[in-house]
Design a protein around this ligand. Sequence first.
Ligand code: CMC
Length: 434
Amino acid sequence: METKLKPAGRMQITYDGKTSELPVFSGTHGPNVVDIRSFYKNTGCFTFDPGFTSTASCESQITFIDGDEGVLLYRGYPIEELAERSDFLEVAYLLLHGELPNKAQQAEFNHAITMHTMVHEQLKRFYNGFRSDAHPMAIMVGVVGALSAFYHDSTDITDPKQRVIASHRLIAKIPTLAAMAYKYSIGQPFVFPQNRLSYTANFMNMCFAVPAEEYKLNPVLVDALDKIFILHMDHEQNASTSTVRLAGSSGANPFACIAAGIASLWGPSHGGANEAALNMLEEIGTVDRIPHYIAKAKDKDSGFRLMGFGHRVYKNYDPRGKVMRKACHDVLGALGIKNDPLLDVALELERIALSDSYFIEKKLYPNIDFYSGITLKALGFPKSMFTVLFALARTVGWIAQWTEMLEDDSQKIGRPRQLYTGTARRAYKPIDRR
Ligand code: CMC
């Protein structure tokens, strides 16, 4: 990556008689950054920022979020436009290459992906090793990491050609592996990929087709899922993306790095939130019970939070949430679901939260997960698959970020410092004196 850092000024920090003069850089959008790389050398101090609330961990040219304005851009393009006008593989190309493809580039890329959709036959045996009630995310962490044991010809990260092949393999195989995890969990036979179908239609076919009868794909549902995938593809330096970068910074192979990203995504504060949001809507059950849950969410001692509300970065309506809300209505409309009690609860909860002073003051708006659970459920996916679908889409972003990191000349192994507050140095005590 060619750096686009622009000098914007300098900042002086003096501590204990030592002054550190730090360059300040500005990017294309977003706050300026103070470059603290020389800070420790000049002052003997570390900076302290648990949760990275004020720390830019890297320079990146892929995705930009303006949390106050509710803006999300992939390579400069607003997410709403991409979700409306593009499709999965075109957006994947954009994230990986920086520009939308022309016709020839698109044909070549689509061909490269579809040629890798099958997985090694031996990999299927991994599935049989899992209990039938295993969480599909547990299976995904295992089988995606296991790809490193099958594709030795694309694990040398110093070879740009191998990096590209590994990227294509991961994007192509992740739907196959995800659909296999689903089929395994419901005791149905695996369905082979069909390369005549689009990326998302193929995934739905692998999930919902059975050998016994014909499965007819509904284009409205395929389109809605394609949009959901586009919305989830990348999101700057979130926990799972930072995990992928950190794992990759040591030189680990791409399959292992993406498996690490999947593990990080699994948590309920990150990718697991859509499952948690749907659980919450089900628990609330009816509109009349909402005030009780709103009161609980405001009560700090309850430990309860309204799942699907609030975001570390968005302090405005999550732009993905707006697209998701429409996709949700499209899906329910296409399926003829008119009176879904969960949707009634969701709409009323959203209305109340958007007008309640607690949520307004804390800028807690509905996030993408608020509507995605209802939509995915209507599409026929069980809750346990929600985060798997997120992982499928985010794989593209993880790969784009991992590639960018490896192409960055200033890349170093990630090694945060710490503020040690444990016991001071002491001598070992033999057991009879403890
Ligand atoms: N319900 C009620 N109160 C909340 C909520 C919520 N969902 N979220 C934050 N707050 C309160 C919180 O109690 C705190 O109050 P106070 O200032 O009085 O201590 C204040 O708002 C700030 O919260 P925070 O935890 O400091 O904010 P954060 O930026 O660290 O957390 C979050 C962001 C997403 C973890 C949090 O809002 C949350 O737990 N939301 C519910 C889970 C959720 O929907 N997660 C999906 C995130 S979007 C998917 C993705 O991009 O990965």
